[in-house]
Design a protein around this ligand. Structure first.
Ligand SMILES: Nc1ncnc2c1ncn2[C@@H]1O[C@H](COP(=O)(O)OP(=O)(O)OP(=O)(O)O)[C@@H](O)[C@H]1O
Length: 414
């Protein structure tokens, strides 16, 4: 027998759980997809296409929904002789300026031999090249800009939708689809961009547990052999997914990790206990990854939050977190940040899902403030904060959670 042998017990087609798998039908998104379909309908009618802006948290089907409808749109448009549809999908991750988007688009329309360099031209020249390419392509052109919030200047978002009105295009009809999971991006757009880019806005809400069950079941039917999943496994993955963020990607990852564990352990079936174990592994990884990307001050703020949480002092306001953080910074031998900078770290931690923030009102006098709570497992966080805990010492509130022989340091009661 060779060194490698094919695993066939658990998975029928593991790739069906991967992010890039395109299911034949999208489940649990009927309302949004109906609105989206209606917004795309002008293409088939031979009319000027709508500019569409999709927003919603990560993993709620914005990209999958777009691919699904665009595939159908292309297929159906091909049945009409008088419709010539071209769609270009661009992920803006790594493309931070309008200039980069414009050069990338020019190259998308050109063949290999006439590609332009991504630097060195005046912006107006690149835009002129783009108008020439779009017009020579002609017909209806949809440009999909996924993760559009990565573009730092909005020039292209203004120029593209207005290209026809500004006489830059004569034959091509152009529509933009912008996709974003950054809620503040839309609000921060200048009014002139907002009014053209956000002609049709479609929000994709987070999935609830029922919808996640449908999504997971659909993939599990393709991915696993019959009878491998024990009762309750899909429901448990969906329940965790709904509790975390209503994110389909996260739930699918959990189901795949569970399948992988079953395969590694050589079990015949997948149990709820394995789901819990897989969640633990994923959560540890996520915390480790989130924390390793933070600065030393970020680590001190998390450590302060963990100790306050253990003392039952959360939700806590910035002014309640600050003394603990300052004390920790001094113990670690570094200067504490000014309150505003410390608040930035709290914001970053909430973005990562390590803590959560709730906006509160200060009563009739007005004024709002935020209260922060710990969201992830304190023991796992402390494991990822090993170096910080070493530098600062073990706070008395977390002695039972820290797995180390280090001596307790003498803490002031802050
Ligand atoms: N309704 C659905 N039915 C089946 N699969 C889905 C559905 N929604 C999402 N998925 C799957 O979940 C994963 C994440 O979805 P998708 O990439 O569309 O999320 P997104 O909203 O674009 O997230 P992001 O903002 O992070 O890009 C993909 O594998 C996708 O196929």
């Amino acid at each position: 027998m060779g060194m490698f042998e094919r695993d066939t017990e658990i998975y029928l087609d593991r790739d069906a759980l991967r992010e890039d798998y395109q299911p034949e039908n999208l489940v649990g998104r009927d309302t949004e997809l109906n609105r989206y379909r209606a917004a795309l309908q002008p293409v088939i009618n031979g009319e000027q296409p709508n500019n569409i802006f999709l927003y919603g948290k990560t993993g709620v089907g914005k990209t999958a929904g777009t691919r699904y409808l665009i595939d159908h749109l292309e297929e159906d448009a091909a049945k009409y002789e008088d419709i010539d549809l071209t769609v270009k999908m661009l992920n803006c991750d790594g493309l931070s300026s309008s200039y980069q988007i414009a050069t990338r688009l020019v190259n998308e329309f050109r063949d290999e031999t006439s590609q332009i360099s991504t630097t060195g031209y005046p912006r107006a020249t690149v835009y002129d090249m783009l108008w020439t390419e779009l017009d020579s392509c002609g017909g209806t052109i949809y440009i999909v800009l996924d993760e559009v919030d990565h573009i730092e200047d909005d020039s292209i978002l203004y120029q593209l939708p207005r290209a026809r009105a500004n006489d830059n295009l004569s034959s091509a009809k152009i529509g933009i689809i912008g996709i974003s999971n950054d809620f503040s991006f839309r609000d921060d757009l200048s009014p002139k961009v907002k009014s053209s880019l956000c002609e049709e806005e479609i929000q994709f809400p987070a999935y609830d547990a029922k919808e996640l069950i449908q999504i997971l079941q659909q993939r599990a039917d393709v991915a696993f052999h019959d009878g491998v999943l024990e009762d309750g496994v899909i429901e448990l993955c969906a329940a965790y997914g709904a509790k975390d963020a209503g994110d389909a990607r996260q739930s699918l990852d959990l189901l795949m990790k569970t399948g992988d564990l079953a395969r590694d352990k050589d079990t015949d079936t997948i149990s709820e206990d394995l789901v819990r174990e897989a969640r633990d592994v994923l959560e540890r990884g996520r915390i480790q990854e989130g924390i390793s990307g933070l600065t030393q001050h970020g680590h001190l703020v998390v450590y302060a939050m963990v100790t306050l949480d253990q003392e039952g002092k959360t939700p806590a306001r910035t002014r309640d977190i600050r003394p603990r953080y300052t004390n920790f910074a001094e113990k670690a031998g570094i200067d504490p940040l000014v309150p505003r900078r410390m608040r930035d770290h709290l914001g970053e931690l909430s973005m990562l899902g390590i803590i959560s923030a709730i906006e509160r009102n200060e009563g009739r006098r007005g004024g709002t403030y935020r209260e922060y709570s710990l969201e992830m497992d304190p023991e796992m966080i402390l494991a990822a904060l090993e170096k910080t805990v070493d530098d600062v010492g073990i706070h008395k509130s977390v002695t039972n959670l820290v797995d180390t022989e280090a001596t307790l340091s003498d803490f002031q009661s802050t």
